[in-house]
Design a protein around this ligand. Structure first.
Ligand code: DMJ
Length: 494
């Protein structure tokens, strides 16, 4: 029996036992249509009436939360509760490991030695949401047991955005020197990735030996390092981090096509493109995000110029006015010829960047399209053909980007429409992804089948952006920080 059926049935039975029979019979009869008032009240009739009443009640649509007036404080409190639920579930079933598998209530580790992915990714969210005891437990666990002196090969991009980013942002919120020491140690162990002939990073590095691997890379993994390495430079006084990461970004930009676009894959040893597909989705997305954010965080005019040029190219070649709205699709990086009308959950970061990065009108229209993508099946798919409005990949891995964009647009415009969107996203998450032990990914938004993982970015990003959207603006001064691509806020130097 589902929870809702249980409640409806209990409601009817409770009413029956509290009231005299005629009253309940009249009430129930009026809810199931004509013909009931004259019937005899014997056991069978009563049972039939109760059954019919139950069916009638069940047939009614569930109360629509979006019909109620939006109460920001109440929503912020509910998001905070869900954050506590997610964090405590991790602590209960996966403490000491990277991530929680909430359905099997077991742990998932990325490497032979866990790197406490969830505690590090969650710490600043717990602090911002005022979950003080939980934040303290996470901080002590990190400071006492996290070590990078491990013979494991890690993915530079993921470790940088999640762990280096998480440590730096938590340091800026607590000034706990142990967190900065860990970040500095990690940064030094990651530096060998930049030793390729072009200066663009290899994908993998062994944290103990410094051995690198993976020359076949992509713009997102090459260009999404400068905020973390730059902040590490600023906090440690060691310029090498910023210099290496910024150089990688510039080297990539220099290899853009004559029409100003980048492709999907590049060899970091030869500098040759291996895929000429150009879009703003996975593998490319945060390269563009960091061009703009590098200027916003550090006041770096060169990055600002690279962003302005890139945005023009995106608008000229990727932007696609379809019957379903404005989208940014896929083209060949050299010719600009359209190769696919695909857009998905990862692409949905773009309205947020456009909102502050130079084009509020397109930001709004693109976010409206993203909402249509979400509403198609009540939660967004990983990939959509926006011309056919057909799902190409039905998974929903608890991604944050569409919520991040709603938050940025709300900060840019103050338009309550984006609060409403946030409420739509939150209610769908609770309804479809919540389990008794945290939140889980969906294998399919079409049939609602659940997977078994709570990625660390769900606490770092999805819940953080939801909380900040509803919480008072003073919770975090949006104008004084820049979020890395994993939603870790860094203090602006400008
Ligand atoms: C996160 O790790 C980051 O937001 C990254 O930029 C993209 N993938 C996930 C969330 O979807």
């Amino acid at each position: 029996m589902t929870e809702r059926v249980q409640k409806v049935t209990e409601g009817v039975q409770a009413a029956w036992s509290r009231s005299d029979g005629s009253l309940i019979l009249r009430r129930t009869a009026s809810s199931v249509g004509p013909g009931f008032p004259g019937m005899k009240r014997n056991g069978a009739v009563v049972a039939a009436v109760l059954l019919s009443a139950g069916v009638a009640l069940l047939a009614r649509p569930a109360p629509d939360p979006s019909a109620l007036p939006l109460d920001r404080a109440a929503l912020a409190a509910r998001v905070r509760e869900e954050l506590a639920h997610s964090w405590r579930s991790y602590e209960r079933y996966a403490r000491g490991h990277d991530e929680l598998k909430p359905v099997s209530r077991t742990a998932h580790d990325w490497h032979a030695r866990p790197l406490l992915m969830t505690p590090v990714d969650s710490l600043d969210t717990l602090i911002l949401a005022g979950l003080e005891a939980e934040a303290l437990r996470a901080r002590e666990q990190i400071a006492e047991s996290l070590s990078f002196d491990a013979d494991i090969e890690v993915k530079n991009f993921e470790i940088t955005i999640r762990i280096l980013g998480g440590l730096l942002s938590a340091y800026e919120l607590t000034y706990d020197p142990r967190l900065l020491r860990l970040a500095d140690d990690l940064g030094a162990r990651l530096l060998p990735v930049f030793s390729s002939p072009t200066g663009m990073p290899y994908m993998y590095v062994n944290l103990k030996t410094g051995k690198t691997r993976g020359a076949r890379s992509n713009p997102a993994e090459i260009g999404t390092l400068v905020l973390e390495f730059g902040t590490l430079s600023r906090l440690t006084g060691k310029p090498v981090y910023f210099v290496k990461a910024k150089n990688a970004l510039v080297q990539l930009y220099r290899r853009r096509s004559p029409i100003g676009l980048v492709g999907e894959e590049i060899d970091v040893e030869t500098g040759k493109w291996l895929s000429r597909a150009s879009h703003v989705g996975g593998g490319i997305d945060s390269y563009y995000e960091y061009l703009w954010k590098c200027e916003r965080l550090f006041g770096d005019a060169e990055c600002g110029q690279m962003w302005t040029e890139s945005r023009k190219a995106l608008d000229a070649h990727l932007a696609d006015e379809a019957p379903s709205g404005l989208w940014y699709g896929q083209v060949d990086m050299d010719t600009g010829k359209r190769t696919a009308s695909e857009f998905g959950a990862l692409h949905a970061f773009l309205p947020g960047v456009l909102a502050f990065g130079g084009d509020l009108d397109r930001a709004r229209r693109l976010q409206d399209s993203c909402l249509k993508m979400w509403q198609l099946h009540g939660i967004e798919p990983e990939l959509l053909d926006y011309r056919k409005m057909k799902v190409l990949d039905p998974a929903y891995p608890l991604r944050p980007e569409i919520i991040e964009s709603a938050y940025c647009l709300y900060r840019a415009t103050g338009d309550p429409r984006y609060l409403e969107m946030g409420r739509t996203f939150f209610e769908a998450l609770v309804r479809r992804c919540r389990t008794d032990a945290g939140y889980t990914v969906l294998k399919s938004v079409v049939i609602g089948e659940k997977g078994d993982l709570m990625p660390s970015y769900f606490l770092a990003e999805t819940l953080k952006y939801l909380y900040l959207l509803f919480a008072p603006a003073e919770t975090l001064d949006y104008d004084r920080v820049v979020f890395n691509t994993e939603a870790h806020p860094f203090r602006r130097t400008q």
